[in-house]
Design a protein around this ligand. Structure first.
Ligand code: URA
Length: 299
């Protein structure tokens, strides 16, 4: 067995132990220090030349296997290596693929702090046969408790936006860039945005969800969602919103997060989000009434 296979088997074994309720394993220092050696040195360089300095240990994530995909996709925590299948699946194949992916996500412990703090993994909700997908940042406290994205105050507003589009929440799919609630150690309440490392670790799950659903339009809600999905670092949502972008060939419309609209109740900001939704509706070929066109227009 070479190093990646050994690591894979170790991760699988630990996941099985965890599923059985085991919370601690005894590992001696020597084994720990061997495990902590960078993978690049172990697998890529047989000459053991010291030209690559050793850096912090880089845990390798488990494989995310999307059923129906010929080869499993190996993911790394830092570098996104998701490879889209772009396979056209039957409804049944999509459901099987999504169920398999959900199972993998449920046992994920790539971010040990989030895995330890979460009540549950908040995988995603809705119709996987939809043409429209909303992507948020990460679960907050309400979502962590209920196991479903956007069930708190921001979720109530998102439901209203979906309703104003003439759709129902159950008709579309809602997911987040990060599937576990970002922990807030020492705080009894409150939420925090996910870190870039957490987003990169979790992105393969979202990318695989998108690959299974293959929506015609993705709406990204807020800065973290855009940065997490598209890697647009340093560019704020104010500059990005309203402009079509693309993820794996799928049109992406960035807009403000509903939580922002709850903080800033001005009609002009609501109108901006609504214009982004109108653009999404047009792209989807959804009917738009004159009344809908006029929402939040100031006279
Ligand atoms: N905010 C998000 O971005 N996602 C949720 O699921 C809830 C709030």
């Amino acid at each position: 067995m070479d190093y990646p296979e050994l690591l894979e088997a170790t991760i699988r074994h630990l996941e099985e132990e965890k599923a059985r309720g085991v919370r601690h394993v005894n590992v001696d220092r020597e084994v720990l220090s061997r495990l902590a050696r960078p993978i690049s040195r172990s697998i890529a360089r047989s000459d053991a030349s010291p030209s690559v300095p050793e850096t912090a240990p880089r845990p390798q994530s488990p494989r995310i296997e999307v059923p129906g995909q010929s080869a499993p996709v190996s993911e790394s925590r830092r570098v996104e290596k998701f490879e889209p299948t772009r396979v056209t699946r039957s409804r049944e194949e999509k459901e099987t693929a999504m169920a398999g992916l959900r199972e993998r996500a449920m046992g994920c412990a790539l971010c040990p702090n989030l895995a330890a703090a979460r009540t549950q993994v908040v995988f995603g909700v809705g119709n996987i046969h939809t043409e429209l997908m909303f992507v948020g940042e990460a679960p907050g406290m309400d979502e962590d408790r209920q196991g479903e994205p956007f069930v708190g105050k921001a979720g109530e507003l998102l439901n209203k936006i979906i309703g104003a589009m003439g759709l129902k929440r159950e008709e579309i799919y809602i997911g987040n860039v990060v599937k576990c609630r970002p922990d807030t150690p020492g705080q009894a309440s409150g939420n925090r945005p996910p870190t870039p490392v957490e987003m990169a670790a979790c992105l393969p799950f979202l990318a695989a969800q998108i690959d299974i659903i293959q929506p015609k339009v993705i709406v990204c809600l807020g800065t973290s969602a855009v940065q997490g999905l598209l890697g647009k670092k340093q560019i704020g949502i104010t500059r990005l919103r309203g402009k079509w972008m693309s993820f794996e060939g799928i049109p992406v419309m960035p807009t403000y997060h509903p939580a922002y609209l709850l903080r800033n109740q001005s009609v002009s900001e609501k109108r901006k989000v609504w214009e982004d939704m109108l653009a999404a509706m047009e792209r989807l070929g959804l009917p738009i009434s004159e009344k809908q066109r006029g929402y939040f227009l100031q006279k």
